[in-house]
Design a protein around this ligand. Structure first.
Ligand code: FBP
Length: 262
């Protein structure tokens, strides 16, 4: 069987990344709907669910909690990130090296690229270093491919998301995490542009169970390999129930309606 760098964060070739870098990216406001989720241990426990193929966190959270979960959770170490306090053109500070991520036991690295930002050139150069170091360590590479910046009018248009997915392929990501472009056809085009790079849909702000699962179903039908989700799981009253349903849609080919009924 062919080995892929991202094998450790996939299950049957599919992916469900639980994202929990919101304390940095958005701040404590994201924990308000479910205040106990400010405690990383709650989310590490969720990440032990069979549906979750990797947990994405920043360095500090990994240092403090991953030693207790390394046998049950695959670690996706996010190497860059910025707080919501930053008011400049989109940019993301590199705050962890691949070497240090490997020391922490990471299976893969995550890296945000804001294509279209005035900082795209520096970010792409930083990504180059991270991607090549990750190859040396046989770690998977997940790009948060988020076109945004003053030149960009619509960051979820079909063309923009297809371009975001293609940037993942061109720059050497194993997985490109993109926003849902509004329709299955547009998602299928993004998947086509990404070629062998796996496309996963980004969760976005919390919506109701049915419409969220239907969007995931449509992305999977369009060829996406899965999902990277934060708020739509951890802001729910019963996140485990939603993970059960997501397991049905992503790994068992159930429709959203079937997954909700099981
Ligand atoms: P969500 O499912 O909550 O949208 O999380 C995915 C994610 O990419 C997180 O990893 C990150 O913190 C957040 O979205 C960034 O969102 P944005 O930059 O769009 O505000």
């Amino acid at each position: 069987m062919i080995q892929h760098a991202d094998d450790a964060i996939t299950r049957d070739g599919k992916i469900l990344i639980l994202a929990y870098d919101h304390g940095l990216e958005h701040g404590p406001v994201d924990f308000e709907p479910n205040p106990e989720t400010a405690d990383p241990e709650r989310v590490f426990e969720l990440a032990t669910h069979d549906a979750v193929t990797a947990l994405a966190v920043q360095k500090g959270v990994a240092e403090a909690y991953y030693p207790y979960y390394e046998t049950d959770v695959s670690l996706l170490l996010k190497l860059n990130g910025t707080s919501n306090l930053w008011m400049g053109e989109p940019d993301s500070a590199v705050n962890c090296s691949v070497e240090y991520a490997a020391d922490l036991g990471a299976d893969a690295i995550g890296f945000t690229l804001y294509g279209g930002s005035n900082h795209e050139i520096e970010m792409a150069e930083e990504f180059r270093d991270a991607q090549e170091d990750a190859r040396d360590h046989d770690m998977g590479v997940v790009m948060w491919s988020y076109p945004r910046g003053q030149g960009l009018k619509n960051d979820t248009s079909s063309d923009t998301i297809a371009y975001a997915a293609r940037q993942g392929l061109e720059l050497g990501a194993d997985v490109a995490k993109v926003k849902y472009p509004g329709s299955a056809d547009a998602m299928a085009e993004a998947v086509r542009m990404a070629g062998p790079t796996k496309v996963v849909m980004s969760g976005g702000s919390k919506t109701d169970d049915r419409s969220f699962l239907e969007t995931v179903e449509s992305a999977i039908d369009a060829g996406a390999k899965g999902l990277a989700v934060g708020r739509n799981v951890f802001q729910r009253e019963n996140p485990t129930q939603l993970l059960d349903a997501l397991e049905g849609v992503i790994f068992e080919e159930l429709s959203a309606a079937e997954a909700l009924r099981q």
